[in-house]
Each structure stands twice: as C-alpha cells, then as structure tokens.
Design a protein around this ligand. Sequence first.
Ligand SMILES: [Zn+2]
Length: 242
Amino acid sequence: HRRDPAQLDLDFAPRPRDAEELFNVLCGLGLRTIRRCRLTRNRNVMVSFGGGELRVHEGYLNAPTRVLEAIVTFVEGRTRADRRAAQQLIVGFPVRTPRTPVRREGTHADDEHIVDELTVWHRRYNMRHFNGRLRAIDIRVSRRMKSRLGHYTAAAPGEPAEIAISLAHLRKHGWEETLHTLLHEMVHQWQDEAGHTIDHGATFRAKARHVGVAPLARRALSAKPGRGLGFSTVNRRAARQG
Ligand SMILES: [Zn+2]
C-alpha cells in the first residue's frame, strides 16, 4: 500500500516508556556525554542539559526517531548550525501534555442548574457589554474554591478556557454579587481574547468601568491576613509575568 508522508514519520521501534529507556534509546542514537536522563513536565522547557544530566519533557517519549536523533544532535552537535537545526526539529514536535484531572474539578451534579443560569447570563452580558464578541466559554461552579470568588483560566493545550465561580460565594453573597463576579471574569476573558495581559491593570480598569464592574471591587471569602484580594486570576500567562 501507499505510504503517505505522515506514515513515514511513524517508525515501529518500541517507544521508551521512562527516563531510563529513553536514555538507552538516545545512547543507541549516539548520545555520549550524558550520564543520566530525567523526564520533566515543565511546558516551557522541552530539552535541556548540564552537569551530565539531560532533562527531556515527558512528551518526547512518543517522539519519532528523527526527533530523538535531533535531541542527540542538540547535545552532541559539532556546529552551532547543527544544534540550531536540531533545536527547530525538537520544538517542532507537538508535545502533548496529558490532561491533569486534578487541576480541574467538575461541577457537582446538584450545581448544574447554576451553570445553566450563569451560561445564560454570560450570553446576555456578552451581547450587552461586548457586542457579542466574546467566545462561548465553559463555566464551572466550584465547591472547592473558598478564598476566591471567581477565576478565569486561559486555554492551554488540550484544555479550553473556562470561568469558575465559587459556590460559597453564591451562597454567602447571593445572585447579584455572583453575576458581578461573572462579569468581572468576563473582562478577563475579553483581555485574553483581545491579546492583553490578564491582570487588574489599567486596561482592566478601563474596561471594567465601561461594562459597569467596580474596578476595585475586592471581597475575600475567607479573611486570611494578607490575602484581601477576593478576585484572583492566576493562569499561565499571569503567572509567567508574575
Ligand atoms: Zn480579576
């Protein structure tokens, strides 16, 4: 049968399953100066080495041989051009980070009607304040969220963006406040989709004023000292920028 280019990528050598097997495969491909291999999950670093140790993102366990060869060249390559070409091959391989189910709790079945209601309000606010331009988004009601009212999370590979709303917040402060929180998180959604930094800076404040969100509204669910900021948005982008 015909082989298409995608199939040429496939080779049928058994895939390494852990750091040690990967190390053995890489040694078979010419790795010399490395003594041990460690797998990482850091999405920002695909491959790095130093002190005799090679750190490789676990997603490369599934990489085809030519990508593994590139990792070897990245370490052992004689010329800068060789190493740069290898680097491009390495980062060109789509690393799939496994979904981490611990990161996101699902909405409790008893709270689904709240999600439905919030979804209706998301649509309504979208038309009213954003010209209907925001994307439809997953909304989740969280029973775990105790110190925060709401949370916008930007999309990541394999994970869509979402807005989470604290159930404790709804119980304690009621619908009106909760809808206010939804709108607050929608301003973060707007920041994200418009390519702005997700924060509470000048862009946020201007938009918040425009849509009628109190720009400095702060309220904590648990009065932990030093954690007065009720609204909190922590996502990769914000985290990266501190
Ligand atoms: Zn916020």
